[in-house]
Design a protein around this ligand. Structure first.
Ligand SMILES: [Zn+2]
Length: 250
């Protein structure tokens, strides 16, 4: 191909790809990599199909094209399917709920509150650092990808306060397991700097392995549900991803 034609074709391709996010990232990656997905099963919607590539950097087999669940949603759903007693007949608080998870849990719970700083229709305003709920209000609290945005010490204390002693807190967050210590930096303030340091414009830390000490210090017992084979290949999970299962009673 002549150099001029090649430049024009490359430019046109970049324009097309830049205007086709996020689902069409699949096409870009399909063009530039050798990845050819095999069908996975989504426990959130029951579909078996080829999952989409998603994220920057792109993650293979990340998104269910039907319900838009990600790896972490499917890991949590697998755990809840194995432990239905956590939900059935229980009072549940769910932070920033995804629609498919809200429906599944709210249909089985005794009571269900979806909470967020910017609540979706049907949810309520909840500041995780200073909640308006009385002590011992909930049997199950689900808090996924929230702690990296907030004062985690305040949030964990509040989560412990509103959880009944027999209750369970399910936590997920970005964690760098190879780091012994959580990375926080008071000089990193701008969205651009936070993106560079913490992976997203509104994150304020990257947890390290010592997050377990933070959770225990807040008064929780701790167990971990880890994405391992054969579940990873079957359900399109992120290898080694953790669901932290925190018990309220010490
Ligand atoms: Zn799905």
């Amino acid at each position: 191909m002549a150099p001029k034609v090649k430049r024009i074709a490359g430019g046109a391709l970049r324009i097309v790809l830049s205007r086709t996010l996020p689902a069409e990232i699949d096409r870009a990656t399909w063009l530039f990599t050798r990845h050819r997905p095999s069908p996975k099963h989504c426990p959130c919607c029951g579909t078996t199909t080829k999952f989409r590539i998603f994220g920057l950097p792109p993650r293979l087999d990340a998104e269910c094209p039907k319900c838009h669940s990600m790896e972490r949603h499917r890991l949590q759903r697998l755990y809840l399917d194995e432990n239905p007693s956590l939900i059935e007949g229980k009072d549940v608080l769910h932070f920033a709920p995804e629609s498919f998870a809200r429906l599944y849990i709210s249909e089985r719970a005794l009571s269900y509150i979806g909470g967020d700083l910017n609540p979706a229709p049907g949810d309520v305003f909840v500041n995780i650092e200073a909640m308006h709920f009385p002590d011992d209000s909930f049997d199950l609290v689900i808090c996924n990808h929230v702690l990296e945005h907030v004062d985690d010490k305040k949030a964990l204390a509040e989560l412990r306060r509103v959880l009944r002693p027999s209750g369970t807190l399910l936590l997920m967050f970005p964690i760098i397991e190879g780091w012994a210590t959580t990375y926080e930096n008071p000089d990193v303030l701008t969205p651009q700097a936070r993106l560079a340091h913490f992976g997203q414009e509104d994150h304020v830390r990257y947890f390290g392995a010592d997050v377990r000490d933070r959770i225990r210090t807040a008064g929780f017992r701790l167990a971990e549900f880890t994405a391992e084979e054969p579940l990873v290949c079957k359900f399109g999970l992120l290898r080694g991803e953790k669901l932290f299962v925190c018990g309220g009673a010490l």
